[in-house]
Design a protein around this ligand. Structure first.
Ligand code: ASP
Length: 614
């Protein structure tokens, strides 16, 4: 039987331990010398010094050096099984190491345990990749196939611990702020206007499907109507999208909704939350209140709605410079109502042909025809388009963009939003090239939070020929803009806010519509969702709003993204215990799997596979 006891961790912190061991592997100190100890863990490494084995024994807390003397025949008989990653249990005497063997970098570096008893619990095969950080260079699919070994690596275990601490900080803060944690269904129904969903056939309702929730949005709003007032949940969400470094088909959101608040209340609640997370996980203070920027400014100055505020290189508007330009491309753009945007990538004039082509390709992937630039090299300007510019224009460029020797200025001339987006991407990539050259420092521990606000409520979708919500259809318009819903929907601002950190959207939310007439109007008149579809999908919601719906608002954060930043990683897969690969597969258990004919029959479903390409 395992009995839980509390043992000291040496820093006045008590942790529970199992009786099988007397200490964990990062616990013994010189003051323990002379006492007996039993440790269990994994063989981190074995060194043979003239027949005596020195084992670094590892558990999740750290390492302890074990000395195994072959003079003890029962020990020696087991030496052959002491392979790296085998699980062993050692009982022995704690001894102070000789001066020359002291390891000041290890918490237990002053002692070693001289074993008198040894038990081999499990002999390990040789792992398919190294168990230290060099494993990061091996194939991710291989590591994911053996994820139990990958996770056993200290740096990965620490990421799981960091995630736990983050959730813990969130739960403590939300509880202190009187929020109630409520679970909402995983088996939901299809919602329009969002990402593609995962469907689950219903055996008991032939032909009907549940959808896994993209977020608990509708349920949390119903909880407000139910009078919960302050709700939160660490909710698993599902979106069947193509995967990228910051996307997984299932991910975790910190989902929040409150009644009787306005945007300012939300900002201060969330700033307090972020402060708490950073303090409890990293022991760091962060500055509040956070900066705020309108969506328009974010796009206009940084070319993206989630600007990385750790460096400048802001986009400039050059319409004035080229108002009567000879350069047809620029002049034509301005005449047709477009914009000319530019930014100075300071010190990047030495970029290689390959790097320039890379930036051009990125610009083209966003609809640019090319990427115009001017380089300043040894006080001489070089550019294929220089011949079109007058001296006056050159002087104006030099002044507005503060061009100095070694700089390169990039231009985009097209409609405003596209020009911003193109240069926004080039700006980020140019910054990385500057970081590579050590001309720019972008520190992962420089935390620049930013609220992006004043988004338009609607965007016009050319393809569908109708307005779509820029956030979701439940976001309330800014009150004074409501009359514009009929006359000029594009001008209506939404009460929507995003929290951005270092170029990553941590989360977003809004104050919601809580009046049935306004919600119906947005669905039917603005978004042009047919009345019968509104009724079948949202009828219950409109009905609920007729029974005393409080004004309310909320927000949701990507927990995986927060942990990725806290852990100074670049992929959210690193902070998820069992993530999926680019093809949506979880390699260890080989999911998804093929369903049997019987399973499909029971579910009233037929699998129609795509034809194999010959
Ligand atoms: N449900 C929204 C989302 O997942 C967040 C919110 O509005 O609270 O993006």
């Amino acid at each position: 039987m395992h009995i839980l006891v509390l043992v000291s961790r040496g820093q006045g912190v008590f942790i529970p331990a199992l009786m099988k061991r007397t200490h964990h592997c990062s616990q013994l100190r010189k003051s323990d010398a002379g006492s007996a100890a039993t440790l269990v863990g994994w063989v981190d490494s074995v060194r043979d010094h003239g027949g005596i084995l020195f084992v670094d024994l590892r558990d999740r807390e750290g390492l302890t050096q074990i000395v195994l003397d072959p003079a003890n025949a029962t020990l020696e008989a087991q030496f052959g099984s002491i392979k790296p990653e085998s699980v062993i249990e050692v009982t022995g005497n704690v001894q102070v190491r000789i001066e020359a063997a002291v390891n000041p970098n290890l918490a237990t570096g002053g002692i070693e345990v001289h074993a008198s008893e040894l038990m081999i619990h499990n002999v390990s095969k040789t792992p398919p990749f190294p168990m230290d950080d060099t494993a990061d260079k091996t194939s991710e699919d291989l590591r994911m196939t053996y994820r139990y070994l990958d996770l056993r690596r200290t740096s990965n275990l620490n990421l799981l611990r960091l995630r736990h601490k983050t959730s813990q900080a969130i739960r403590n803060y939300m509880d202190e702020e009187t929020f109630i944690e409520v679970e909402t269904p995983m088996l939901f129904k299809s919602t329009p206007e969002g990402a593609r969903e995962f469907l689950v056939p219903s055996r008991m309702n032939p032909g009907a499907f549940y959808a896994l929730p993209q977020s608990p949005q509708q349920y949390k709003q119903m909880l407000m109507v139910a009078g919960v007032e302050r709700y939160y949940q660490l909710a698993r969400c599902f979106r069947d999208e193509d995967l990228r470094a910051d996307r997984q088909p299932e991910f975790t959101q910190l989902d929040i909704e409150l009644s009787f608040i306005d945007r300012e209340d939300m900002y201060s609640l969330i700033e307090g939350l972020m402060k708490r997370i950073w303090k409890d996980t990293l022991g760091k203070g962060i500055e509040t209140p956070f900066l705020r920027m309108s969506y328009y400014d974010a796009m206009n100055r940084f070319g993206v709605d989630k600007p990385d505020m750790r460096f400048d290189m802001e986009l400039q508007d050059c319409a004035d410079i080229f108002a009567s330009s000879e350069f047809k491309v620029f002049k034509g753009t301005l005449d047709s109502g477009g914009s000319i945007k530019a930014f100075n990538a300071k010190g990047l004039a030495d970029l290689t042909q390959g790097e320039l082509r890379g930036l051009e390709d990125s610009a083209k992937s966003l609809g640019a025809k090319g990427l115009a630039f001017i380089k300043s090299v040894g006080d001489e300007w070089k550019s294929p388009i220089l011949k079109f510019f007058s001296d006056q224009e050159k002087a104006a460029i030099k002044e507005q963009l503060q061009v100095e020797d070694g700089d390169i200025v990039f231009f985009a001339a097209t409609e405003w939003e596209r020009a911003c987006t193109i240069l926004g991407r080039v700006r980020l990539e140019a910054a990385q090239l500057l970081v590579k050259r050590e001309k720019l420092t972008i520190s992962p521990t420089d935390y620049k939070f930013l609220w992006v606000i004043e988004f338009p409520l609607m965007l016009f979708d050319e393809e569908q020929g109708r307005y779509v919500s820029s956030h979701h259809p439940f976001t309330a318009p800014v009150v004074e803009d409501i009359p514009l819903l009929d006359s000029d929907p594009k001008k209506v601002r939404g009460q929507h806010y995003d929290l951005v950190l270092n170029g990553v959207e941590l989360g977003g939310g809004s104050i919601r519509i809580h009046q049935p007439e306004l919600q119906k109007k947005v669905f039917e008149d603005v978004l042009k969702i047919p009345a019968d579809v509104v009724e079948s999908r949202f009828g219950y919601m409109l009905k609920a709003f007729e029974y005393g719906a409080p004004p309310h608002g909320g927000i949701a954060f990507g927990l995986d993204r927060i942990c990725t930043i806290l852990g100074q990683r670049t992929s959210i897969r690193d902070v998820i215990a069992f993530p999926k690969n680019q093809k949506g597969q979880e390699m260890m258990t080989q999911s998804p799997g093929i369903a049997t004919e019987k399973q499909l029959r029971d579910l009233h479903v037929k699998a129609v596979l795509p034809k194999k390409e010959s």
